[in-house]
Design a protein around this ligand. Structure first.
Ligand code: ZN
Length: 196
């Protein structure tokens, strides 16, 4: 049963990928993704995501609903400490790797993570070596990145961060649920907080 929830989330992500040239230009969807049985790691973020998933569009609703249904079964992670981001942030934030070197579906060619932030959170400036492409599944957030115009993005919109480009994310009244595609060197490394 649980496996079906993973398959549905992956299929919903692939459906979006199939209709969005921005995603297709960024990564090539691998021919085969092997499912890996990883134990669930629940975090306090789960009920927040379930109760406040954020507004979807007709195009993103399938993926949003699939991720909400899948939420109790995934290996949630925090990466950051309370000293770095605060206790409230850790209550209402979490991410997991849907596919990738260390994901629920194994791939060395593609990394896809899912991240959720409740309303009224500031994800501080950080950098990482891989390039990433954010896709907003539901809700909305202010995206800031050095050298770019800030932008409030809602469901169905995307935002690219180049390698080592500092960026930050802020939610106000709405939460945000994102699916993030990664490519390049250092896919398994954690982001570093700080602007440089
Ligand atoms: Zn990032």
């Amino acid at each position: 049963m649980t496996r079906a929830l993973f398959d549905e989330a992956l299929d919903a992500a692939r459906e979006w990928y199939g209709r969005d040239p921005v995603l297709q230009d960024f990564v090539t969807w691998p021919g085969e993704l092997d499912f890996v049985a990883r134990p669930a790691h629940p975090l306090p973020v789960i009920p927040h995501l379930q109760e406040h998933p954020g507004a979807a569009t007709q195009q993103t609703r399938r993926l949003r609903d699939a991720l909400v249904a899948l939420a109790p079964h995934v290996e949630w992670r925090h990466t950051y400490t309370e000293d770095e981001v605060g206790a409230d942030f850790l209550q209402r934030y979490g991410w997991f790797e849907l596919a990738g070197p260390d994901g629920h579906f194994r791939s060395d060619a593609l990394r896809m993570t899912v991240g959720y932030w409740g309303a009224g959170l500031f994800y501080p400036w950080h950098v990482h070596a891989p390039e990433e492409l954010y896709t907003v599944v539901s809700g909305q957030a202010l995206f800031e990145s050095e050298g770019d115009e800030p932008g409030v993005l809602g469901a169905g919109q995307t935002r690219f961060h180049e390698s080592l480009q500092p960026h930050a994310l802020t939610t106000s009244k709405a939460p945000v649920l994102t699916l993030v595609y990664w490519r390049g060197e250092g896919l398994a490394e954690a982001p570093r907080l700080g602007a440089a």
